[in-house]
Design a protein around this ligand. Structure first.
Ligand SMILES: *Cc1c(COP(=O)(O)O)cnc(C)c1O
Length: 388
């Protein structure tokens, strides 16, 4: 007998994967073409990439889409830029920030960690003082929103600062892009890494990258070949000119991506909505007496609060599941310490957050956590103040 398909029991309110809109699910079910042999698929891909370039306000970058979720794009950036022996500056004020050192090592580079407090964004003045003493780096990696803690780094200041010292930058914007504005003309990250399953609200499965002319130039002048087939950016670069992909593209996922981009491009309020909902969520939690993990540097895409005394993350998460809602704990050094509410992409809707906060009130009260205010009421009042 045919086995059942998985129909999710929970509403996803996690910081990725996020909810997928109905029109995107329909796009994913369209008939599939042969992406290698159908000439239309090349123009289709090129057009998606051109839209990504204009969405991020750049004429100096080429967008690429790779067939693998966010991590593939990150690995491809590190694989393509790192040459054996390269010193690479790894900015570390979060789990993903630190994790980038592994990619550098894997491709023969020497990571130099610049580690700061995980509760605050990287201070550009302190980084500048450090760079005065040492700036001999092939490139630097940094994370815009480090999702396990929700910290938001000021890439608009950090990227130009690193450039002033002649250092190329790889920026992980997987969990911020499409929920927060990024302007590559003002903030010319050399490789900007994006994923499909966060604020874009497509299913997991695709990485998008925006690669600057300087980054392409660096790759073209490598002394050693790139030690990867699948994570090799130059191999993908000229797909349109050559009418050839190094491997078969996921045609169904590309339809999903096309539709999510249409949704984003037709949503002029997208950034303002993310901002207002994030502010209201933080207001609700703090007025009720809960504490946020971050002291400053809040992302508009995720809110991270400390597990209150007297209970555990698993108790809160199971309670929420019993209410039909999936929230996330965290991992690595944050495991067991925090709860994360993802309000990015399709999750970033007033009613969905109202429902989530109502359920959270019930769960925390049931766990004897004293709350000083009604989460949903404070949230709604804060939105009204912000005209949403
Ligand atoms: C989600 C995410 C990635 C991609 O990793 P996943 O395996 O999809 O979780 C990379 N960087 C950041 C900052 C992310 O939030």
């Amino acid at each position: 007998m045919a086995k059942d398909l998985l129909k999710p029991r929970f509403e996803l309110m996690t910081p990725g994967p996020t909810q997928v809109a109905e029109n995107v699910r329909q796009a994913l079910s369209l008939p599939c073409t042969n992406p290698d042999l159908d000439p239309d698929f090349y123009t289709y891909t090129e057009d998606i990439c051109k839209d990504l370039e204009s969405f991020f306000h750049t004429k100096d970058h080429q967008a690429l889409v790779l067939s693998g979720e966010g991590i593939l794009g990150l690995e491809a950036a590190f694989a393509s830029l790192t040459q054996p022996g390269d010193r690479v500056l790894v900015l570390d004020n979060g789990v993903y920030g630190k994790g980038n050192a592994d990619f550098v090592r894997l491709y023969g580079g020497v990571p130099v960690l610049y580690t700061t407090n995980y509760h605050e964004p990287i201070d550009p003045e302190k980084l500048e003082a450090f760079l005065e003493t040492d700036h001999d780096f092939a490139y630097a990696s940094l994370v815009h929103c480090d999702t396990p803690s929700g910290i938001l780094n000021d890439i608009d200041t950090l990227v130009p600062l690193l450039h002033r010292f002649g250092i190329l930058t790889v920026v992980d914007a997987v969990s911020s892009a499409f929920g927060m504005p990024i302007d590559l003309t003002r903030t010319p990250a050399d490789i900007l890494c994006l994923g499909s399953q966060k604020a874009l609200s497509a299913p997991p499965g695709l990485s998008m990258l925006l690669v600057s002319t300087k980054a392409w130039d660096r790759m073209a002048h490598r002394k050693t070949p790139i030690a990867s087939f699948y994570a090799n950016l130059p191999a993908m670069k000229d797909y349109a000119k050559n009418q050839w992909f190094p491997y078969t593209m996921p045609s169904a996922d590309m339809n999903g991506l096309r539709q999510t981009l249409n949704n984003v491009l037709e949503d002029p309020e997208i950034f303002a909505r993310h901002h207002a909902l994030a502010k209201a969520t933080r207001a609700a939690l703090t007025k009720a007496g809960l504490t946020l993990y971050e002291r400053s540097g809040f992302s508009d895409t995720v809110t991270v609060f400390n597990v209150p005394e007297g209970t555990t993350d698993t108790a809160i998460l199971s309670g929420m599941k019993a209410q039909g809602i999936l929230l996330a704990g965290s991992f690595d050094v944050l495991a067991g310490k925090v709860i994360r509410i993802g309000h990015m992409g399709e999750n970033a809707r007033k009613e969905k957050l109202q429902r989530t906060l109502r359920a959270l009130q019930k769960v925390l009260t049931g766990l004897q956590v004293p709350l000083k205010a009604d989460l949903e009421q404070v949230f709604t009042a804060s939105l009204a103040e912000q005209d949403l």
